[in-house]
Write a protein that binds this ligand. Structure first.
Ligand SMILES: Cc1cc2nc3c(=O)[nH]c(=O)nc-3n(C[C@H](O)[C@H](O)[C@H](O)COP(=O)(O)O)c2cc1C
Length: 134
């Protein structure tokens, strides 16, 4: 597990929607936008599964996930890699439902996807592009 620096958390918090990538067990990639992503702590993110279809199928067989963010004001961009756990009951699920229904009570709020951050890379153009940050 790694700790996200403040600028990574700020960039994630500002961007909407955020692209997230998952893959099947045999590696077929899939990218979707999520509007509902929040930073739980320095090492952990939460996503809300409202409409995941292939994303949910992928996460059920392959926990690997990648998340991309960009802030055009600060000119910062980060690529995050991590492992996801899906919760359909329990405290994480209840926290997700409270959060999602606080934004829109009509959303299905099917599952909480909790991501443990394992690496953060610089994704901005320039000499540091692609390099590991933490
Ligand atoms: C702007 C935008 C925001 C979205 N936010 C979410 C979200 O927070 N949660 C969710 O489950 N789906 C969200 N979706 C829907 C997914 O992007 C996607 O359509 C859904 O996961 C089905 O695709 P899949 O079969 O590849 O999983 C959003 C779509 C858009 C265009």
């Amino acid at each position: 597990m790694v700790k996200m620096p403040p600028e990574v958390k700020e960039t994630l918090a500002k961007q909407k929607p955020i692209p997230i990538a998952t893959a099947t067990k045999d590696g077929t990639p899939n990218v979707v936008f999520v509007g509902l992503l929040k930073v739980l702590d320095d090492e952990t993110l939460m996503l809300a599964d409202n409409y995941f279809l292939k994303t949910a199928a992928n996460l059920s067989e392959n926990p690997r996930i990648s998340i991309l963010c960009y802030d055009s004001e600060t000119k910062r961009s980060y690529q995050i890699k991590g492992s996801a756990k899906v919760y359909k009951t329990g405290p994480q699920f209840e926290e997700m439902r409270k959060w999602v229904h606080g934004t829109n009570p009509k959303l299905p709020a099917k599952a909480a996807v909790v991501v443990k951050v394992e690496a953060v890379y610089d994704s901005m153009w320039g000499p540091s592009a692609g390099k590991l940050i933490v």
